[in-house]
Design a binder for this molecule. Structure first.
Ligand SMILES: NC(=O)c1ccc[n+]([C@@H]2O[C@H](COP(=O)([O-])OP(=O)(O)OC[C@H]3O[C@@H](n4cnc5c(N)ncnc54)[C@H](O)[C@@H]3O)[C@@H](O)[C@H]2O)c1
Length: 441
């Protein structure tokens, strides 16, 4: 190691990698970011974050010309520069299967390893099936000219929308290591974070891999639990928002992640629980996580239910109706539309003959790329003007703040589906709206 403060590389500069690279510079490190996507690297070099993440463009602008951050597409350059390499490439769901597609992880390790001529630490950050780290360790030892290179696994817990804060001040760090040396390098690579008292859980590879999928499985289960209660509320006339408030007061349960609605999506939770089901099957412990199939199904049923509630409001047919869809991102403060519940519902209504007009404050470009058949407009006002029904599907602040009177003056019919349970039914009904939501009368 050249100095106490290792030089870092970040391989794969997507949502996770770009955030990690920029935040590590902010924490005082010299960082090189690598991606195989040349256009992405060009934009980063030009000081532009290729996705929406609050606070990240400002940090990149602060550091891009400071000489401690650069971007490349060259593996030899990265290998020459860094002491600790963070691998942050994608692990999406395989087409037509539950399992994760590991080709990007395999390619990143295989491309880096042949250039490792001195002892360095390679750190996997991507979310992977148990057993991947052991496999990558043998791959490194096979392909690296220097046989002293080591591997560690350091799963990432950042939340899109809060990614900068979560990276600079994480709840915890998890270090999956095989040696005291690897632990020391990780401690050096996260020194400023550890100095603020952030706990580090040091463990083996398999545990480090499982921590991440276990955490996401727990969160997905909590969301699907309250959405299952919403299904029961819908047939009993109960109100799931009151139910969540009441059970949430129990400190053993807690109120967070009990917001009933259209359910979870994005590039992590859905594919992570599915990959976990697939991997558990391969390991012969499918029964242990079979509940996750139900978690996934409850979640997907909410999308179907949302389409049905809208259908009620347009008298049983979407044909010839103008449906204003508010939100395309899988959650607010993100432009990520991967497995977005909002877009899924929008596309389904489009297939049923509705004219879907979508507005999202930041995810329009990504949404248009995925569903070019739908109509996109540049403002909330444009989307709702002349609408037969409004469907609020992503809870951006702009939508939470809507005035029932002002919006009511623009629509053709005052019909509203609150897919995220964020509006006040009393206020909207008082303004003459037919207000419908998931899990509440
Ligand atoms: N996005 C999140 O909030 C988040 C949070 C925690 C963990 N994760 C995990 O992090 C990983 C990355 O997720 P993401 O959302 O950043 O994905 P992403 O698709 O935004 O980014 C992946 C990047 O890797 C690049 N890449 C692919 N193959 C490469 C290769 N061989 N060499 C170099 N670069 C390559 C791609 O071009 C892309 O820019 C996944 O395993 C994900 O589950 C993501």
């Amino acid at each position: 190691m050249r100095s106490e403060r290792p030089r870092l590389s970040v391989i794969g500069t997507g949502y996770l990698g770009a955030t990690h690279a920029v935040c590590m510079v902010e924490l005082g490190y010299d960082v090189i970011g690598l991606d195989i996507d040349e256009a992405k690297i060009e934009r980063l070099r030009a000081g532009e974050i290729p996705f929406f993440e609050p606070g990240l463009p400002e940090l990149l602008a602060k550091h891009i010309d400071g000489g401690r951050l650069r971007f490349t597409t060259s593996y030899p350059e990265v290998a020459e520069f860094a002491d600790v390499h963070f691998v942050c490439v994608g692990t999406p769901q395989r087409k037509g299967e539950l399992a994760a597609d590991m080709t990007y992880v395999d390619a990143a390790f295989s491309s880096l390893a042949p250039h490792l001529t001195r002892k360095v630490l390679v750190v996997g950050k991507s979310t992977v099936p148990a057993g991947t780290a052991a496999r990558m360790e043998s791959l490194l030892l096979d392909l690296a000219p220097n046989k002293d290179v080591e591997l560690a696994w350091n799963p990432e817990f950042l939340r899109e929308g809060f990614a900068v804060e979560d990276t600079l001040r994480p709840d915890r760090l998890v270090f999956g290591v095989h040696s005291a040396w690897a632990e020391q390098q990780l401690r050096a690579a996260f020194a400023p974070v550890l100095e603020t008292g952030t706990p580090a859980v040091v463990t083996d590879f398999a545990t480090a891999e499982l921590v991440k999928v276990a955490a996401n499985s727990f969160l997905a289960t909590k969301i699907s639990f309250i959405n299952a209660m919403a299904e029961v509320c819908e047939v009993t006339g109960a109100d799931v928002t009151k139910l969540a408030e009441a059970i949430g007061h129990d400190a053993r349960i807690g109120r967070r992640f009990l917001n009933a609605g259209l359910g979870f999506g994005g590039g992590c939770l859905p594919k992570d629980i599915r990959a976990f089901i697939a991997r558990a099957g391969e390991l012969g412990v499918d029964q242990a996580v079979s509940f996750l199939r139900e978690v996934d199904e409850i979640n997907l049923r909410r999308r179907v239910r949302t389409v049905e509630i809208g259908l009620d409001l347009v008298d049983g047919s979407y044909h010839g109706t103008h449906v204003a869809v508010l939100g395309a991102a899988f959650k607010p403060n993100s432009d990520d539309v991967r497995d977005s519940p909002a877009l899924d519902v929008a596309a389904s209504i489009g297939r049923r003959g509705g004219t879907v007009v979508i507005y999202d404050p930041h995810a329009m470009q990504n949404a248009r790329r995925m569903h070019p058949e739908l109509t996109y407009v540049e403002s909330l006002i444009e989307a709702v003007t002349g609408a037969d029904v409004i469907m609020l599907l992503t809870e951006w602040d702009e939508f939470r703040a809507m005035s029932p009177e002002r919006i009511g003056a623009l629509v053709a019919h005052r019909n509203l589906v609150d897919g995220r349970n964020v509006l006040d039914p009393v206020q909207w009904r008082a303004a003459g709206w037919l207000y419908r939501a998931l899990g509440r009368p």
